[in-house]
Design a protein. Structure first.
Length: 89
């Protein structure tokens, strides 16, 4: 995972990931990894209701099932689709 910057807002200032559930699938996130002292960007690919966790595919290829309610994270703008040109709808 590549370093993206400082920590996102405090956990109490962010939405509850479990309430968003599968609604986060396809979203871009920046997740703060306390042990690394860094934020990493990735895309939510799956949500497990049984585990109440989201599968985050980080930009470096690492995939981690995250309990986002135990992390500091923030939504990022979606990356443009491959092959799309700036300014096209």
């Amino acid at each position: 995972a590549s370093r993206e910057g400082g920590p996102p807002p405090a956990r109490d200032a962010q939405p509850r990931a479990r309430e968003l559930g599968g609604g986060l699938v396809g979203s871009r996130l920046s997740v703060w990894w306390e042990e690394d002292g860094a934020s990493y960007s990735g895309t939510v690919r799956d949500y497990s209701e049984a585990l109440e966790t989201h599968l985050v595919c980080y930009d470096d290829g690492e995939q981690v099932r995250e309990d986002l309610d135990e992390c500091r994270w923030e939504l990022l703008p979606k990356a443009p689709a491959r092959g799309s040109r700036r300014g096209e709808p």
